[in-house]
Design a binder for this molecule. Structure first.
Ligand code: PLP
Length: 406
């Protein structure tokens, strides 16, 4: 099957020495961004930059080049366009700029971020349909092929690479192959995956993808970036519904002047450049992905020993964030568990499932397997403090999971 689904045992990197603590007394953010950043990344923000000045223009240029270098774009067919705002702003910019006004999008939904794409297309007045798989079932190539055969008006298919609401890693290569076999175009929200899970243009075909500063590159929040085929960037001229989110206009202006169109988040860019240097020093996408994979494997193994069970079967577990069922024990209460974990230095994340109670633990950010062992210890101790002797989930949760194919 796809290499992105292989579990960590195969990771080629040996266990590294513990990472230094990000800052004294700060809790670790076991959340999918904002996340824990290194001290050096925070320190990079201790200087003011003029947005028009040559020094800052050089920083923007270096950042774009470093991001493009992660794509294996040997034919120089793609370009990188940073966009102010959180990740959703970049998603909206991508949709408004690459789905033509008379086009029609098929959105593959299996969680909150897919739903947000549908909602955004509604705001933009772009015709669209969705295949909604519910909370966590993966969309598959055959059903996408059938939907495309049934509706020749569909021009674009949109997929969330890692659906952060459950942590499922969607089969991006399988979907891409289907989309192009049917002569349509593919757009990817790789927000929470880019930088840790490969998305090289030679392996997976797409027209554009988006990610943001505060996910797997481990920067602080403040902007996103769109990486798109240059021919699509050209074609996007005059298409956007929005002045500030016009990807073509930002791209053209940046290539001409070296500047962002409107005030850039200068400190965030400085921090992001430092984060990109650390990313490279760690071994790029492979090194970053290997650390996150170890984080996941150590954490999931420890949590399972406590009796916790994951929503997803191993094949679909991403190294980004993992959903666990809440224990069935009557003395377990998530709010109390959250507070007890926080007292021990770990911020966890509530779940987003509609059917059964759950919570999530992120694997991304400046932390390693040594930290993850402490997370498991803290979870065990918190359960004991609550008088919960096993974290086993209710039967309804297991029944729910049984619906998920192997
Ligand atoms: C984080 C994220 C986004 C963007 O969310 P913001 O809160 O706007 O930064 C979009 N898609 C996915 C899959 C994400 O994980």
């Amino acid at each position: 099957m796809l290499s992105e689904h292989k579990l960590a045992a195969q990771a080629p990197f040996p266990a590294p020495a513990p990472l230094p603590a990000p800052a004294l007394g700060e809790p670790y953010l076991l959340t999918p961004g904002p996340l824990t950043t290194s001290y050096a990344v925070k320190q990079a923000m201790l200087r003011d930059w003029g947005s028009w000045d040559g020094d800052f223009r050089a920083m923007t240029s270096e950042m774009r080049q470093r991001l493009l270098a992660m794509l294996g774009d040997t034919n120089n067919e793609f370009d990188c366009v940073p966009m102010q705002g959180s990740g959703s702003f970049a998603v909206e910019a991508m949709l408004g700029s690459f789905v033509p006004r008379d086009g029609k999008a098929l959105v593959l939904v299996n969680g909150a971020y897919g739903q947000r794409i549908v909602q955004t297309l509604g705001y933009l007045g772009r015709d669209h349909v969705a295949i909604d798989k519910g909370d966590y079932m993966p969309p598959r190539g055959d059903e996408v092929a059938a939907a495309l055969d049934a509706d020749p008006a569909i021009t674009h298919v949109i997929l969330v690479h890692c659906e952060t609401s459950s942590g499922i890693l969607n089969p991006v290569a399988e979907i891409s192959e289907t989309v192009y076999a049917k002569g349509r175009k593919f757009l990817v929200d790789s927000m929470s995956a880019f930088g840790a899970i490969p998305l090289e243009v030679g392996d997976v075909r797409y027209e554009a993808m988006v990610s943001s500063a505060n996910k797997c590159i481990e920067g602080v929040p403040g902007f996103g970036f769109i990486i798109a085929r240059k021919s699509e960037l050209e074609a996007a001229k005059g298409r956007s519904h929005s002045l500030s989110l016009d990807v073509h206009a930002q791209w053209a202006h940046m290539n001409k002047t070296g500047q962002w169109r409107y005030t850039p988040p200068t400190h965030v860019v400085a921090a992001f450049l430092e984060a990109l240097r650390q990313h490279e020093a760690e071994g790029g996408v492979a090194g970053r992905g290997a650390r996150y994979t170890r984080n996941r494997d150590v954490m999931v193994a420890g949590m399972r020993e406590l009796g916790f069970e994951t929503l997803l079967k191993d094949r679909w577990l991403s190294p980004i964030i993992v959903t666990f069922f809440c224990p069935a024990h009557p003395d377990f209460a998530f709010d109390r568990f959250y507070e007890l974990m926080k007292e021990k230095g770990f911020i966890i994340y509530p779940g987003k499932l509609t059917v059964v109670d759950s919570f999530r633990v992120g694997c991304i950010g400046r932390m390693d397997e040594h930290v993850m062992r402490k997370v498991v210890e803290a979870a065990g101790q918190s359960l004991r403090q609550m008088g919960v002797d096993t974290a086993a989930p209710p039967a309804a949760a297991i029944a729910e999971r049984a619906k998920l194919a192997a």
